[in-house]
Design a binder for this molecule. Structure first.
Ligand SMILES: Nc1ncnc2c1ncn2[C@@H]1O[C@H](COP(=O)(O)OP(=O)(O)O)[C@@H](O)[C@H]1O
Ligand SMILES: [Mg+2]
Length: 254
């Protein structure tokens, strides 16, 4: 029986087994993401974080289990139907159109919901300044803002973000974090955030999931994990903090 006082989780996996063709990457993964909250998804490289996000979106082969969005089973739905039902993905590779302008990238993603090009410009004033620049003329940070803006143009109820801070200069990381906070607070947007910057992710999120080799090894309040560095290091590895690799070259060149 359904509990009448607690709303359905925004997104829930039950015993999900999924991967690429016959290859199984996620095994017996179960979790429920509360509506209106931000959940961090942490784990070492190659453990299946991206696979989990793209499995929610419908890009992998589901071998077993259930995927529910706001209580409705979506495991058999095609990608477009999941997007229409409220799932939005900011992919790890950003995947903006390099030959289209910023404004064009946003308007082609418009689905006629709450979000408009002007609203994205209000969230990221830098994109407004760059509205006539093409995708391939943007810095890494601007591309990331555009990738988030594009996902928002679909007016999602859940935003899946795959390492949005990866490789960016600290000053740009701050701009993106402020935008994510604003989405969480003013829009009550539910977010599932994959991040290598574990501490930043735990600060932003109220809950944390940790994956290890395709299995969920932790699910709990983020504050408890943030307050227990030894446990965190045990789960995601010592030195799991960010590399800021080519940020100087990338951001200062533009
Ligand atoms: N398209 C694919 N085809 C086959 N195997 C893949 C594909 N993408 C990722 N994998 C494998 O799935 C595992 C998990 O990868 P991924 O989900 O990208 O991990 P993470 O995002 O945590 O770094 C890795 O072993 C990776 O090699
Ligand atoms: Mg990944």
């Amino acid at each position: 029986m359904r509990d009448p006082v607690s709303p359905e989780p925004a997104l829930a996996f039950a015993n999900v087994r999924a991967g690429y063709g016959p290859t199984v990457v996620l095994d017996d993964v179960s979790f429920a993401i509360p509506s209106g909250e931000t959940t961090a998804l942490l784990g070492r490289n190659g453990v299946g974080k991206t696979t989990l996000l793209v499995t929610a979106m419908g890009h992998t082969r589901l071998h077993a289990g259930s995927v529910r969005l706001g209580g409705a089973e979506i495991a058999a739905d095609p990608i477009w139907r999941r997007a229409r039902a409220g799932l939005g993905l900011v992919p790890q590779e950003r995947e903006i159109f390099r030959s289209l302008t910023v404004a064009e990238n946003l308007s082609v993603a418009r689905r006629g919901g709450r979000w408009s090009v002007e609203r994205v410009f209000d969230l990221f004033p830098r994109l407004a300044e760059r509205r006539r620049n093409r995708g391939d003329e943007l810095s890494g940070g601007e591309q990331q803002m555009l990738a988030i803006g594009r996902a928002l143009m679909g007016s999602p109820t859940i935003l899946l973000l795959d390492e949005p801070l990866e490789g960016l200069a600290p000053v740009i990381v701050d701009v993106l974090l402020a935008a994510l906070r604003r989405l969480r607070e003013s829009d009550a947007l539910t977010m599932l955030l994959v991040e290598q910057h574990a501490r930043l992710a735990l600060e932003l999120a109220s809950r944390a999931l940790v994956l290890d080799r395709g299995r969920l090894v932790h699910d709990g309040p983020s504050a408890a994990l943030a307050a227990d560095p030894d446990r965190l290091a045990g789960l995601i590895g010592v030195g799991a903090e960010p590399r800021h690799p080519e940020f100087l070259a990338e951001e200062l060149a533009t």
